[in-house]
Design a protein around this ligand. Structure first.
Ligand code: ING
Length: 339
């Protein structure tokens, strides 16, 4: 019996600073209703889907930004989306800014802020939560930048790892589901940690500027989308998994975010792509048995991986300078040589 699930990327157009959560939830509900007419069983919404991408705005006092965060989930504003999901029996992935009262690693109870996503099943139950690990940008105001990107100011690094859960979704008794958020998609480590847990469907949302906001140098505009797709297609192929990547797009507060949401299969092929920078639903029928070929041949991790040669990946943070060749440099170095 083929294990087929119909999924959708529910791309959102821009959310302005003045747009309320109700505006965002209404638009997401319309997309979920449209998804239902196409037999969709899982809808993936973007990163920070309830508000404008507020990390582009600087707040001296971080507490002033608390209004951008959800203090509960479901919240009063998101309850109608959960109710519609229950009514239609549709699962969904939602990205939002999470404000939690939680103990930290020192054991002290305090306000903690994360860039979070949840996976909610067709009965409105939260079956998985993920907190963004790779926070791009900077923590302090950067006068050189055209636009700020203050995720390191407003969010802590996610403390839930990259979890995978096998959960019933749609008509299937179990799918190995995993999540990541935006910048995570650029890091092969994130994909591989999910791949090493047998993930079959990675869902992710993103808010990515269409122009390079760093003052660090020119990057040709067409490369923004290319790099996003390259990362997702490579991650899906190299871990034999499907991926649904959903953008928040369009011009928010004068800043352009690109769309180009995609659904990718375990061969790395794009199955569907959004063509607008507005609210748009793209769908695909994913035959999960397609994961089997990759993970039993080229990417049969247990047969081919050599972790003893990968120690640098977990023991180093940044790159180190290589040795300079000289006539008496040995032509090879011991794999454990971390000098
Ligand atoms: N946005 C961007 C992303 O990783 C970025 C930040 C853009 C980093 C382009 C590097 C290059 O897609 C978020 N929200 O992570």
């Amino acid at each position: 019996m083929p294990r087929i699930i119909t999924v959708a990327a529910a791309q959102l157009g821009p959310l302005q600073k003045a747009d309320t959560r109700q505006v965002a939830v209404e638009r997401m509900m319309r997309l979920m209703e449209r998804a239902q007419t196409r037999g969709v069983e899982l809808v993936v919404f973007p990163e920070l889907a309830l508000t404008t991408f507020f990390p582009r705005h600087y707040h001296e006092d971080i507490g002033e930004a608390d209004g951008w965060f959800e203090h509960a989930m479901p919240s009063n504003e998101t309850a109608p989306l959960f109710a519609l999901a229950r009514k239609l029996g549709i699962a969904f992935h939602l990205g939002y800014a999470e404000l939690a009262e939680e103990t930290d690693e020192t054991g002290s109870l305090r306000k903690r802020r994360f860039n979070t996503s949840i996976l909610v099943n067709g009965r409105g139950e939260i079956v998985l939560k993920y907190r963004k690990v790779h926070l791009p940008g900077h923590a302090e105001f950067d006068p050189k930048r055209k636009v700020q990107h203050l995720e390191k100011r407003y969010f802590e690094v996610g403390n839930l790892g990259f979890p995978v859960i096998r959960a019933p979704i749609g008509g299937l008794s179990g799918i190995n589901m995993g999540m990541m958020i935006c910048n995570d998609r650029r890091w092969p480590e994130a994909w591989r940690v999910l791949g090493l847990q047998g993930v079959e469907l990675v869902t992710l949302g993103y808010n990515t500027p269409s122009l390079n906001m760093d003052a660090a140098g020119f990057e040709a505009h067409h490369l923004r989308v290319f790099h996003s797709h390259l990362s997702i297609q490579a991650g899906a192929y190299q871990n034999a998994t499907f991926a649904v990547a959903t953008a928040k797009a369009g011009t928010e507060d004068g800043c352009e975010l690109f769309g180009h949401s995609i659904i990718v299969n375990p061969q790395g092929e794009i199955m569907a792509q959004a063509t607008s920078w507005d609210d748009e639903l793209i769908t695909a029928d994913c035959d999960l048995d397609m994961c089997t070929l990759g993970r039993t041949t080229i990417f049969a991790f247990d047969k081919h991986r050599r972790p003893e040669t990968y120690t640098r990946i977990t023991e180093q943070i940044g790159a180190v300078e290589p040795p300079v060749w000289s006539r008496d440099t040995p032509t090879h170095r011991r794999s454990t040589d971390l000098a």
